[in-house]
Design a protein around this ligand. Structure first.
Ligand code: UT7
Length: 336
């Protein structure tokens, strides 16, 4: 059996910086509240009309990852795209990447697991590589949140958190079994599906013709909803569990972690995990201060930045962990 290693990483965020003070001009919020409760100082939002979408941002991140991996784009055997904010209801963005990067007619899979999307995506990629089916897989996590948020005081508890951006990784076949993705661990608990959700547009509840006819400006089901405190409480428990599950599977302990890259949901969640596991500041990577929560993009953006800053070295044990809507959560244990 083969092992998969991350052979290239890249990210892209829109240039437009939106500070907490900028948000306080359009809704009743303030820099102090946002920083104290979330750690976020600023985030990126696309500018209307600049052409950035979930797909185009994903493609920009992918180009960097492909170049750094040293492979030719024609060596890509498969595309996996994780997002909760696809350009179209269907088809998903995977095929748009195949078109925009002018790839061969390789398969394209869309993953709908929100904040855990990137971990689910690399887990799928890892299985395809382990079995020998594919050699190089392009994995993208990308989100365009800003166009779908309620930017009024009504939506402030959600809208101040999320930002736009994309990250990408190339997973490649390796014959060195001592390095690469050691294991991945995936979970879900659908009984809490509606605690963090965007109910519309969905075919489950209403006829589209009725929605169009109603055209109700007060219909909040078109905006994401989050039961923040409930999600927070579940997040800290599941993050801890799934990190420990991954470590135990590989006969590792907490002190073996060289770098933990948690999904950037809330700085307070990362700090809670850091304290619980008694990790030093240089063992946990956070960039939520700059980008907010970019959902499926947050781990690949953070992983890329940590690697660019020289914080991940060959032989390091790197742990990725995520929790979010679904609920879904997961971890990946990587020997770099
Ligand atoms: O990525 C997926 C996973 N996501 C998470 O794990 C996120 C988990 N949850 C959280 O991060 C936090 O629950 C939030 C950041 C969303 C909210 O923080 P909180 O400490 O749980 O605040 P809260 O919702 O309990 O609200 C406290 C107060 C409320 O006012 P009252 O009722 O006490 O008067 C809110 O109305 O803060 C108010 N509030 C705000 N004030 C200023 C809510 N949002 C804002 C805001 N600015 N943006």
């Amino acid at each position: 059996m083969y092992t998969s290693k991350i052979s290239g990483l890249g990210y892209y965020v829109p240039e437009n910086v939106v500070t907490n003070n900028d948000l306080s001009k359009v809704m009743d919020t303030n820099d102090e509240w946002i920083q104290e409760r979330t750690g976020i100082k600023e985030r990126r939002h696309v500018i209307k009309g600049d052409g950035d979408t979930t797909t185009t941002m994903g493609v920009k991140a992918a180009k960097v990852a492909i170049e750094r991996s040293g492979i030719d784009k024609d060596d890509i055997d498969f595309i996996i795209f994780a997002t909760l904010s696809p350009d179209y209801y269907f088809p998903g963005p995977g095929v748009l990447v195949q078109r925009d990067l002018d790839l061969k007619t390789v398969g394209a899979l869309d993953v709908r697991n929100q904040c855990s999307g990137f971990i689910y995506a690399i887990s799928v990629a890892d299985q395809f590589i382990k079995t020998g089916m594919y050699k190089n897989i392009l994995v993208i996590g990308s989100e365009l949140h800003s166009t779908g948020l309620d930017m009024t005081t009504r939506g402030r508890s959600v809208s101040v958190i999320f930002g736009d951006g994309a990250g990408a990784a190339i997973l490649s076949r390796s014959e060195d079994n001592s390095k690469g993705i050691l294991s991945t661990h995936l979970h879900s608990e659908g009984q809490y599906a509606e605690e963090l959700a965007l109910i519309a547009p969905g075919m489950g509840k209403r006829w589209v013709t009725d929605i169009i006819q109603e055209n109700d400006p007060n219909d909040e089901s078109y905006f994401p909803y989050m039961n923040g405190q409930f999600v927070f409480k579940n997040a800290v428990v599941r993050f801890s569990e799934v990190i420990m599950e991954g470590l135990k599977t590989n006969n590792l302990d907490v002190f073996d972690i060289d770098m933990l890259i948690p999904h950037q949901a809330n700085l307070r969640i990362s700090q809670y995990i850091q304290q619980k596991f008694k990790l030093d500041d240089d063992q946990v990577f956070n960039n939520i201060m700059k980008y907010g929560n970019t959902t499926a993009a947050s781990i690949p953006i953070a992983l890329t930045e940590a690697w660019e800053q020289g914080k991940i070295k060959e032989g390091d044990t790197v742990v990725l962990a995520a929790f979010g809507s679904g609920f879904t959560w997961g971890s990946a244990i990587i020997r770099w």
